[in-house]
Design a protein around this ligand. Structure first.
Ligand code: NAP
Ligand code: MG
Length: 402
């Protein structure tokens, strides 16, 4: 069989630990035998990030801006333990944070559904995609402990020196206080990324905040979304038969539980943090969550939602057998290849991505899966496979379908 040609390179961001091991296996077994892979390679493994003073992360994000599509392996976010383990010059920032800041993007997470791994909520027959606003609010809050009686105010000092004040509370006792903020351009980018992704994936968009209580803060989010929808996206949504739907966060939670899935749920930063963990658990497995960063300018970076699976990596280093699920990382590759295929008008490349995804799902549904899924599946006849065994099984299924 002749290999499928590519015209524009994919930005390839390699990573750390077990996912770095899987990365190479996926390329060797599932991509390179079938696709004449054109990629611009960036090594985001911690060792090389340290060597380049993290410049490689910035370069990879800049390349993503240039080419439009990236695929990223999970990476270590350094903490104190990693400082010694890798003898780091500095506690480098999270690569995801750096890339997100450069691309100004929003992260969309969606579960991969297979028969035999049933969501806890029985009526969720389609995936629910969570979009989390990744800037501000409580994550950039300023806090104080109030030791005793006294007045706390919000003070805005304009550039001309004039002041606007708002009383937070006249404390009669000890207490606590928190100030937080957000930025209009950031909320606008978030809104545009959500509307674009809804159009892209042909799904309805839901957005919810607590605007009845937070009449200025949350209400501004609601107003910005509505304004951008009305002026920039309404026509396109109507053409495609899509809906943009705003509701109160309490009501959204109730509706989500009763729904069949198949839509995007946009959340403010904190809501997105909590709700994405809730959804991942309710859908069955963290190892089956995909993640894509979408910039308001239509640049895409695909990855798995899970981390570098450190515990498995240490077993691997000791020469012990591992059973790490590669599906979310494979879907990062297929997401990126499909998008490249769409942008470059290479239908064969997009079709290959579809077939590889189907091969993963068919392999699991035939009873061949890694241990994490074997432990929770409702299928009867199950063959648990090791890390490499599963990838080879997917290759067999794929080859049979080509
Ligand atoms: P993790 O890599 O997500 O793994 C946590 C646990 O979840 C694993 O120990 C494993 O459970 C299970 N798991 C996750 N993915 C799996 C898979 N594909 N197959 C099978 N089991 C899977 O989180 P972590 O171990 O807490 O973090 C490790 C490193 O990842 C950290 O340095 C962190 O900074 C980094 N991280 C990176 C990203 C990213 O790049 N996007 C995201 C999150 C974390 P069992 O051990 O019970 O088998
Ligand atoms: Mg969380």
């Amino acid at each position: 069989m002749e290999k499928i040609k590519m015209t524009t390179p994919l930005v390839e961001m390699d990573g750390d630990e077990m996912t770095r091991v899987i990365w190479q296996m996926i390329k060797d077994e599932l991509i390179c035998p079938f696709v004449d892979l054109k990629s611009e390679y960036y090594d985001l493994g911690l060792e090389y990030r340290n060597k380049t003073n993290d410049q490689v992360t910035v370069d990879s994000a800049e390349a993503t801006k240039k080419y439009g599509v990236a695929v990223k392996c999970a990476t270590i976010t350094p903490n104190a333990a990693r400082m010694t383990e890798y003898n780091l010059k500095e506690m480098w920032k999270s690569p995801n944070g750096t890339i997100r800041a450069i691309l100004d993007g929003t992260v969309f997470r969606a579960p991969i559904l297979v028969k035999g791994v049933e969501p806890y909520v029985k009526n969720w027959v389609k995936p629910i995609t969570i979009a989390r606003h990744a800037y501000g609010d409580v994550y950039k809050g300023a806090e104080m402990k109030i030791p005793g009686p006294g007045k706390v105010e919000l003070v805005y000092t304009a550039e001309d020196g004039s002041e606007t004040r708002e009383l937070v509370h006249d404390f009669k006792n000890a207490g606590i206080v928190q100030g937080m903020h957000n930025l209009t351009p950031s909320i606008e980018s978030f809104a545009r990324s959500c509307f674009n992704f809804a159009i892209d994936t042909k799904q309805d968009l839901w957005f919810a905040t607590k605007d009845t209580i937070s009449k200025k803060y949350d209400h501004t989010f609601k107003d910005i979304f509505q304004e951008i929808y009305d002026t920039e996206y309404k026509t396109k949504f109507e053409e495609l038969g899509l809906e943009y739907f705003y509701t109160l966060i309490d009501d959204a939670v109730a509706r989500v539980i009763r729904s069949n899935g198949g839509y995007i749920w946009a959340c403010k930063n904190y809501d997105g943090d909590v709700m994405s963990d809730m959804l991942a658990t309710a859908y069955g497995s963290l190892s089956m969550m995909t993640s894509v960063l979408v910039s308001p300018k239509g640049v895409y970076e695909y990855e798995a939602a899970h981390g570098t699976v450190q515990r498995h990596y240490y077993k691997h280093l000791k020469g012990e057998e591992t059973s790490t699920n590669s599906i979310a990382t494979i879907f990062a590759w297929t997401g990126a290849l499909r998008k490249r295929g769409e942008l470059d008008e290479l239908p064969e490349l997009s079709a290959f991505a579809d077939k590889l995804e189907k091969a993963c799902i068919d392999t699991v549904e035939s009873g061949k899966m890694t241990k994490d899924l074997a432990l929770i599946t409702t299928l009867k006849d199950v063959t648990p496979l090791n890390t490499e065994g599963f990838i080879k099984a997917v290759r067999e299924t794929l080859e049979a379908s080509l």
